[in-house]
Ligand binder design. Structure first.
Ligand code: AMP
Length: 194
């Protein structure tokens, strides 16, 4: 995996473990020459990963919508900043640059981004690995909700199984590297080709 999109909080959370593990991710990426593609901010967990990567001479690409660039939150020292006109364009741009996606703890923005990646995976529009770094079991409740959706008939087990989860970045990357996307059903194939 050459480049991975990381979606994560524009906040740091209350527990220092979140910042610690975000820094671990940055150091791991830099050590293994995995480029970071992210939201382009300098705040919260986003800023911690980007700064750790830069301290270790890693490649950091930010993709930020024009709207957010003008706030005091855009990182000015990263390898490359791509500015998009709209939030929706940003996601398309990110997806073109990466081999996979990882979510770290975050809020609405993080969930929105990782669920969009999952929706594209479910439709077969994208076939890239999607991982969740489950620091302090942060995502357990969200994952339980997904299991509930399977039980209630709103989500297919094979699509639920697209999500790889670990509380260790090494293990998560190993799982993602071995990932094979589910086979597409005929209906989905037809829709995707149109
Ligand atoms: P949240 O999880 O709500 O804190 O939102 C974080 C996610 O949304 C990140 O992965 C970013 O891509 C995006 N995002 C939210 N706020 C900002 C911001 N101020 N600057 C850049 N990206 C942001």
């Amino acid at each position: 995996m050459k480049r991975i999109a990381v979606f994560c909080g524009s906040s740091k959370g209350f527990n220092d473990d979140y910042s610690r593990q975000a820094a671990e991710v940055g150091a791991y990426f830099a050590r293994n020459q995995i480029g970071l593609v992210y939201g382009g901010g300098k705040i919260g967990l986003m800023g911690i990963i980007a700064n750790t990567m830069l301290d270790n001479e890693g490649e950091v690409i930010g993709v930020i919508p024009d709207l957010l660039r003008h706030e005091e939150v855009a990182h000015t020292k990263i390898t490359r900043m791509i500015v998009t006109k709209k939030m929706s364009k940003r996601k398309v741009k990110i997806s073109k640059l990466v081999d996979g996606y990882i979510a770290l703890p975050g809020g609405f923005g993080t969930l929105d981004e990782i669920f969009e990646a999952l929706t594209l995976g479910q439709l077969g529009i994208e076939r890239k690995a999607i991982g969740i770094l489950n620091t302090n079991n942060f995502f357990n409740l969200a994952l339980r909700q997904l299991d509930h959706m399977v039980q209630e008939g709103f989500l297919k087990q094979e699509n639920r199984d697209m999500i790889m989860v670990s509380d260790s970045i090494e293990t998560l990357i190993e799982k993602m590297a071995a990932y094979e996307a589910p086979k597409l059903s005929k209906v989905v194939k037809t829709v995707v080709r149109k």
